[in-house]
Design a protein around this ligand. Structure first.
Ligand code: C2E
Ligand code: MG
Ligand code: MG
Length: 571
């Protein structure tokens, strides 16, 4: 104990302040732990610094002083190769001065009137420790385009604010430009640069009004770490308004994610959250602001958990394939014509989880192929098993995800599946969601062409939920159109919806495509669809997706109905 105090005491600190009172207060605080030298202005300070630079551990520097002020001292020290590593802590009452001093190379600041002694002592000790480890904050670096900090400097600085000024509650804001790459591609880099400059400009303007720092951390992503704002919508609007000057040429949309200060949460975590929040509103021009909240936090924890649990889940067979029937409604009574395989996750602790929760998550990182393979295997095995048992071969469609389409072994995977189970190609149908068609057109089209040539039937899933238009249909390699539920939902209430459905059915007929209506829940919907010429219907009206054992009962009932009807026909 005694030894450590002695070591501390041997360290030399310089206090520079023109006010005697300030020097006295700091002296009282520091003298128990350090040897302290004093200077009344910048000039005196520079003399001491030059003479004793090798002994000095830190300088506490006032900014406003006669003869030579603190900024000049900073400049003199930081431009001198031999002195520039000397840690300088500025003493100030003015927030904008803090920033300027830090930009000029100060390592930290102490606010006046002085904090409680413990705080100052800790801060000085920390700074000395850091400087001895040579982990000093680097000199401020700017991105030349936006004139905001570079990413590295920004995070170094943000961490420092978080560490030494926990009392300053700062929020993390992420600002993104929608489709920046196309703005660049369509209007040229010069134009793109100008947009980035304009945003940088507005952010700097904002930071003159409130305490904070900012960076262009990626091509089109800006991070701002600043005092809490009451109205983030207004702030986003402020930045958006600046961009409206380009509106005669191109409309540029910003989106914003915010993560608010939280006790102990480091800047990196806050910015991760803000980025996640911003990601949630990607492409949502109506509602381009998202504030990270408790719900998102829970959602993220859940996602993390599901990602962790995935491998075990496959090993322990927690995934279950459910089957939902599709009925041919142009026959009377409607007949079972095929089924769709839909995955469920029977989680040991979380219960039954629907694919809407985990499919998008696994799509994001390629794990989906594992899940899909499992479903395909299971479905193929099941078709073969029912065939052996009842002598009927009920076709089952399986869902393909985007990642499957990019998988170079897809065709091989699927053909092997058919052969290994003694099936034919038409027994397994492939559902590909509409948005996949618009996303990666050429590669997808190549793969789909190949699959169709082999003999697989392709169903376009969720038709009408994305952006493809009716006239694109004629050039698409598909056999069946699955009309998105949103068309069906209101056909018994809205004349327009009904007309739309009829139009889709007409075009499909013209293109010789079968149509499946999804999400049919009522008898009324069913009647309208049947009378409009829709071939196949899937939905809760007939049955919810069922576990294999229960679907099997439904299958047996249908086989009996079929038999009875055949017998009647024969009579
Ligand atoms: P989808 O392929 O469009 O499947 C239809 C969804 O509509 C299913 O939701 C089904 O349960 C639901 N549904 C069926 N009839 C009705 C109805 O009458 N009313 C309402 N409100 N809903 C109905 P589910 O099973 O939750 O699946 C959601 C989506 O997850 C699927 O949409 C599909 O895109 C995806 N998915 C499911 N299983 C798999 C899989 O094995 N692999 C991949 N890649 N995606 C899957
Ligand atoms: Mg589907
Ligand atoms: Mg669908």
């Amino acid at each position: 104990m005694l030894q450590s105090v002695q070591i501390q005491r041997s360290k030399l600190v310089l206090v520079v302040d023109d006010q005697e009172l300030n020097r006295d207060v700091l002296g009282m605080i520091l003298e128990d732990n350090y040897r302290v030298l004093y200077a009344e202005n910048g000039q005196e300070a520079m003399e001491i610094i030059r003479a004793r630079s090798s002994e000095l551990s830190a300088v506490l520097l006032d900014l406003m002083m006669p003869v030579m002020n603190g900024y000049e001292v900073l400049e003199a020290v930081k431009s001198d190769e031999d002195l520039k590593h000397l840690p300088i802590i500025v003493l100030t009452a003015d927030k904008s001065a803090e920033l300027k001093a830090l930009q000029m190379g100060a390592v930290d600041f102490v606010t006046k009137p002085f904090d409680i002694p413990e705080v100052i002592l800790t801060r000085v000790a920390r700074i000395i420790e850091l400087s001895e480890g040579r982990q000093l904050i680097s000199a401020a670096e700017y991105d030349r385009l936006s004139m905001l900090y570079t990413r590295n400097f920004f995070f170094e600085y943000a961490n420092r604010l978080h560490l030494y000024h926990p009392d300053q509650k700062l929020d993390a804001i992420v600002l993104d430009i929608e489709m920046f790459h196309s703005i660049n591609a369509l209007n040229g880099r010069e134009f793109g640069d100008d947009v980035l400059r304009t945003i940088g400009d507005e952010i700097r303007g904002f930071l003159q009004e409130v305490f904070g720092i900012a960076s262009r951390v990626e091509a089109d992503r800006f991070d701002i770490y600043c005092e809490h704002q009451e109205d983030y919508r207004a702030l986003l609007q402020r930045f958006q308004d600046r961009l409206n000057r380009y509106s005669s040429k191109v409309s540029i949309h910003l989106r914003m994610g915010v993560a608010q200060w939280q006790e102990g949460a480091e800047p990196v975590l806050l910015f991760d959250r803000a980025r996640a929040a911003s990601g949630m509103v990607r492409g949502d021009f109506q509602n381009p602001l998202m504030i990270y909240d408790e719900e998102m936090r829970k959602r993220e924890l859940l996602n993390q958990r599901l990602l962790n649990d995935l491998r075990d889940a496959i090993k322990e067979k927690q995934f279950k394939v459910y089957y939902q029937p599709k009925y041919d409604v142009q026959r009377e009574p409607p007949r079972l014509s095929s089924a769709e395989a839909l995955i469920r996750w029977q989680h040991p602790e979380l219960g039954l989880i629907s694919p809407g929760v985990f499919i998008p998550l696994f799509e994001g990182n390629g794990l989906i192929s594992m899940v899909d393979s499992f479903v395909w295997d299971e479905a193929a095995r099941q078709i073969a098993a029912w065939h052996r048992k009842y002598g009927v071969k009920l076709p089952v469609s399986v869902n393909l995800s985007r990642a499957d389409v990019f998988d170079p072994t897809l065709v091989e995977r699927l053909t092997r599946l058919v052969h290994d189970n003694g099936l034919e190609y038409q027994d397994i149908k492939l559902e590909v969601t509409e948005s996949a068609y618009t996303d990666n057109a050429t590669q997808l089209l190549d793969v789909i062409h190949t699959l169709r040539e082999i003999g697989f039937q392709i169903e376009m899933d969720d038709f009408g939920s994305g952006y493809s238009s009716l006239n694109m249909l004629s050039s698409m390699p598909i056999d069946v159109l699955k009309m998105d539920m949103k068309f069906v939902r209101n056909i018994d209430k809205s004349e327009i919806d009904l007309r739309l459905v009829k139009l889709i059915l007409d075009i499909a007929k013209y293109l010789k495509l079968n149509v499946v209506a999804e999400g049919v829940e009522t008898e009324g919907q069913l009647a309208l669809l049947r009378d409009s010429g829709c071939d196949l219907v899937q939905g809760f009206f007939f049955s919810r997706p069922l576990p294999a054992e229960e679907f099997e009962k439904l299958l047996v009932r249908e086989i009996e109905v079929e038999r009875r009807l055949a017998k009647n026909d024969a009579v």
